[in-house]
Design a protein around this ligand. Sequence first.
Ligand code: SF4
Length: 314
Amino acid sequence: MPNQASPPGRDPGPEALIRQALEKMLAEINSPAVPADVWLAVVAGEACRRLIRNWNGWTPQERRKGWEKAARDIEKAAYSTRPYCLRCGTCCRKGSPSLYRDDLPLFRQGTLTRLDLITLRRGEKGYSNEADRFVYLAEEQVKIREKPGSRECLFFQPAGAGCGVYENRPRQCRILECWNPEGYRSLKKNKLLSRKDLLDPEDPLLPVVKSHEERCQLLRLQEWLIRSVEQVGADDERVLEVIHFDRHARTYLGERFGLNQQHLDFLLGRPVEEVISGLGFEVGFEPGNRIVVRDRRSEGRGQRSEVGDRRTEG
Ligand code: SF4
């Protein structure tokens, strides 16, 4: 919003706001251009011209709408000064990519293995670039893992080298050009990769994955969590059963097949208790195999604890 940049009580006017936004944008994208190079192109645009012409007569709401349009023009003009990848790593630090069916050759050639992946299950929350907010995922997504405690892609090498698999990077990394927001649209035409694309039908792990998916469905779990909060304890037993089944499946796969945590993150997704927290609930364990479900959604929990990120398409 323009008035967030202005001192309280003082209206800097549309031109100053446009200038500030342009300077900030050029700096953010490491553009070699200076604001003066782009200024004329920006203020010649229809949205900025309207903003400047009508600012004094507009209501706050009209100003907001006018600014949103102008901001898109500013962004376009700024990126037109740098229409190529600098390999600066900004996008790699903001999250790892979701994978698409077109990425399957990367597994055949050995660039990617299951241990590099994490599954976001249907019903989890992930950040949608398109909607610019967290959404419940309508379908399963398989992503490259992020480094522990950060949103940085596993393959990003900060010490100057950039992407460790640049020549064979996933489709999303090639298509989502930060200077070209249109890339999001073309990405949507592709099919997301899912676990079954990577598991052989005869794989002995498949029955466990299927039964976990059935017994630990997240959309249903969320309904139970809500009911347990609204009708104090109504579905506690069901919630507990899901948590126990998830724990049991992980222990079984670990002991029977010797699988480590990374492998389980791909096969079963994140532990259910982590997902519950990401959905904005808290489960407290009490003596006697009892639980207490608390609703933390209004406290903003589940927003940043997500594995889903700016590169997750909902
Ligand atoms: S795969 Fe490479 S280009 Fe893609 S996010 Fe990771 S480090 Fe960046």
